[in-house]
Design a protein around this ligand. Structure first.
Ligand code: FES
Length: 224
């Protein structure tokens, strides 16, 4: 049986952020995942006890969001977006190149536990398609060869930076930042650039404005 005592203090810190303890369920799941490599049933029981929820309620959250993993994903989680825009611009070719390099398919890990590959849905990064994520950090505008170079560099233990700046650590470290987004690392990198703002910029140049909400929508807003 796994002992979770070493997490007690961090769990208390997370729970203390919220007026209602049940609001802590998602960061606690990230903390668990950081520590255990996955969301385990034992960990779900510990969280349920701490938040006075049922294991079914915690499991419902853990099974709804795909970022919570029920199996250990190993050192680096590699996500390749093959949703519409990324696919049109080469996402499937990027995925195929990585799958071949790792000899792993969707939701599979390499034998040495270093990499886990997943086809992922749109990451709201379509302006930089096709995108890959490494431990949830963005690698924008990938090609099959650039994506394989990233994998090769990680396999050698080289320092690798996201195309948006942050240094790639590992899956566990990223998960810990998600549990503690005030650790000073969550805001690293370039959150927005000129390409992402292109539509807004053109709209500004053309003096375009959003249509006013309808009177019924405005009325609902006034009463909310
Ligand atoms: S379709 Fe890949 S980021 Fe949107």
């Amino acid at each position: 049986m796994t002992n979770f005592d070493h997490l007690a203090e961090q769990m208390d810190q997370i729970v203390a952020r919220y007026p209602k303890s049940r609001s802590a369920v998602m960061p606690l799941l990230h903390l668990l995942q950081s520590d255990q490599g996955a969301v385990t049933m034992e960990g779900i029981s510990v969280i349920a006890d701490r938040l006075e929820l049922t294991t079914a309620e915690v499991t419902a959250v853990a099974s709804f969001y795909t970022m919570y993993k029920r199996r250990d994903v190993g050192r680096h989680h590699i996500g390749v977006c093959t949703n519409t825009l990324c696919a049109v611009l080469g996402g499937d070719a990027v995925y195929d190149a990585i799958a071949q390099r790792l000899s792993a398919g969707h939701n599979e890990s390499t034998a040495d536990g270093q990499f886990h590959l997943e086809r992922i849905e749109c990451q709201a990064a379509c302006t930089h398609a096709p995108v890959m994520t490494v431990d949830w950090e963005f690698m924008d505008n990938q090609t099959p060869s650039s994506a394989v170079e990233v994998i090769d560099a990680l396999a050698r233990g080289d320092r690798v930076e996201s195309t948006r700046g942050p240094v790639i650590r590992d899956f566990a470290a990223t998960e810990h930042t998600m549990a503690f987004p005030d650790d000073g690392l969550a805001g690293e990198g370039t959150p927005v650039d000129a390409i992402m703002l292109a539509g807004l910029t053109v709209a500004g140049e053309l003096n375009m404005t959003a249509p006013k909400p309808s009177s019924s929508a405005q009325s609902k807003e006034d009463h909310s």
